[in-house]
Design a protein around this ligand. Sequence first.
Ligand code: C2E
Ligand code: CA
Ligand code: CA
Length: 888
Amino acid sequence: MPTLRVPPWARVGHIFKSRWGWRIFLGSFVIVALPLLGVSLLSWELTHALQQRATQRLMAEATKAATLNLFDRLRSAERLLRAQAQARAAGQPNPALEAQAAAVFDRVVLPGGPVPDALATLTLEDDPNGRRLVPRLRLPAAGGGVIDGVLKADYLLENLASGAHDICLRSPAMNGAYCLMPLAGYDLAQSHTRPLHFMPYFEGPSWTLTAAPDRQAYRFLPFGAGAMLAQATGLAFLLALMASSFYARRITLPLEALIGATRTVRAGDFGQRIDASAMTDEFRELAESFNGMVGEIGADLAFSQLLAQMDAAILARQPLADIMQLALRHLTGGTPGLQVTLRATPPPTAPQPHEAVEFALSADGLLEHRPPRPLPAGFTGQDIAVADRPARRLTLHVQQPAAAPPWPVRLHHELQALAARLAVAVHADEREQQLIARATVDSLTGLLNRLGMTDAIDQAIARARTATAPVAAPADGTAGFALVFLDLDGFKDVNDAYGHATGDRLLQQVAYRLQAALAAQDVALARLGGDEFVLLFGTAGLPRLGTDLQAVLAALRQPFRIDALEILVGASLGVARHPAHGGDAETLLKNADAAMYAAKAGGRNRIVEYTATLNEATAERLELRRDLVGALAGDQLFLVFQPRVRAADGQVESAEVLLRWRHPQRGLVPPDRFIPLAEETGLIADIGLWVLRESLRQMRAWRATGQAPLAKLSVNLSPQQLAHRDFLAQVEALAAEFAPPHGSVELEITEGAFFRDMAGSVQKLHRLRALGFDIALDDFGVGYSAMSYLSTLPFDTLKIDRSFVGALGQQAAAYAIASAIVALAKALDKRIVAEGVETEAQAQVLRALGVQELQGYLYSGPVAQDALAPRLEQLAARHHAGTPSPGA
Ligand code: C2E
Ligand code: CA
Ligand code: CA
């Protein structure tokens, strides 16, 4: 762990970088300086006083010595003068004396004669000419003379001079004092004055002698005390400096370290520690508790960051394993001897037996799962609950040597918090799984939905891509799988007739039948929405594709029972193969869809495999579908009429009304192409009603002329129209409006229309018949042809489908079927019409079978309304001539 250490060279400098360093330093300086200043002042006063006293004493001494000296010299000079005078008086001048006197006196006046014992008079005067002192000794000599000696001032003052003080002499005869030196440099305040009395040795006034100390000479008189004081002061300062810098350092260094450490912590680095070993006392405690605190906060922060990371992972819907890994990584290695894993164990009450699983970090820090390991000897284990589910119990499993100390509080808290977070993650994961399941499964049927199927296709594509084994490729060279688009025929009618609840139940049954019908294992089933199903035949299931799809068709053709209803639907199937018909889910689905449409257009209840041209057809169909919406309003629809002739005599009794669409760009669009589109879009309800209304209107118009070309019209009804809830009411309204005579309008219905709801259809047919409409079963023989139902159906006419008529004379079966149908109709006493009669031979066969009416190009194709009358006349003329003419 990095620690903060201050290099030694920086330590003293550091003091002055720290404010506290300054304070301590200045504080201790002031603390030392103030008393020292006081002491200094005091001692200065003291030494001053001492010095004065000493000076004064010295001056006293000096004056004393000076007076003694002066006195001695004056006495010597007097004795010399007397001796000289006596010697002169005795007439024996002494040369030695003379010489000595010359040194002492400037001038001597010796009048001669005996020298009296009288006292010598001593005077001291100024020399009026200059700054000279004139000391004079006078003795009265016998005879009235005076022995007079003027002393040399130098002789007198010779010994008085001193470097340390000045001596001044004064006598009453002097103006002022005579000083040896100019007084300027001397301290008169400290001078000492002493009188020099001459009595009883000399006559004359007393002199005064003053000694004044040299200003400089005595200043340092008590020098020792001052020096000592200065030394002591200096020492004290030095000590204070040292002490203050020492303590300042003791304080500022840890402070610096603490401040530096708090800064790094503030910058987000919790790994820094203060080197407490270099500190003492409270600072050490402070540093240690700081380190502890930073460690705690750092650990807290790291842990909360981990939790935040886990939260982010949960929100980002990362796999549960990633989140487990985060938690385990945090717990691993922190506490020695501690091993933490996640355990999923089935509770004893689990509904299904599960294997227990343990999730642990591998050596390289990745999550691995394995069977739970038994507790090693000497270890204790503890489980912290994470999630309790009926099927499994997830716990944080902690193993630790039995001898290990109890968990630190932090570990305890962290384990609890991690368990709580993991619980959230598990919950989120379960939700995610549910959502995925919900997102990919169709809630109505339990099959896959579009998303699920797209996934399945993507997976199949991925598998096909990786499967290099030639075994996987079918014989035709295309690898992979097949996609089958299945659309129910007539589902919309069921929804329209019975509502969505019934429709939904039908879809559920369809789903069930689909699953039951498929023998292949490798098939995924989906409902994309509405009545669109998709089957994905995987590589393994591919060989069974043909047989399974036939089985599906057969299964869906069986009537469905929903409550009292018996419903018949069929299915159209389109097949697209991977990779021949597309490399991705979207293309494959689109192409299978196109193939399915082709199957629908091709007459339903069949299987069509995709070809490249199908897509063009699909695009065209989409375009037509769009254009059809405006066709009715845009007056693009019109009716044509195809006469029906009596088989016996060729008389035209009625005609079939057939719808035409003149597309503004495409021209005439055949009904085989646009009627299915109208049914898909639901437009057929409006269009069909329009056809019926137009037919009724035409009939009424003809009636109004008094000579109707035809007494009867057949109008086609789409199964959807019959199934529509409003249909009967609408037909009733039309009947009321146009009042068609009974039997003048026949409604052609294909059998599929009412097999879906037999009872309801029967009821509706009864109502229609009650309104005066005849009922014809159109296209009989194809489709469901559940002949057993025929007896219960209220109808008047049976139209043999043109496919049988066309096959007459070519296929033996066609004749058999046609004759069976005719026999059946005769048995039921129904009128029989054959459509699509193109040749006289067909007409003859049909006539021979007992078919009452014939319709087909042999007599006439559909003709427009204004061409109808001429055509009918033509037919009548031919009837009379007995020769047929080619049709339209
Ligand atoms: P459909 O009801 O079976 O009508 C008879 C169809 O056979 C008509 O075709 C007619 O032109 C055609 N046809 C007549 N004679 C012959 C012949 O000798 N040989 C051949 N091969 N065909 C012949 P169209 O007009 O193209 O109608 C086709 C289908 O369109 C009709 O079949 C019918 O199912 C539907 N359709 C036509 N008009 C309407 C309508 O107004 N409403 C409804 N719902 N469907 C209609
Ligand atoms: Ca018809
Ligand atoms: Ca027909």
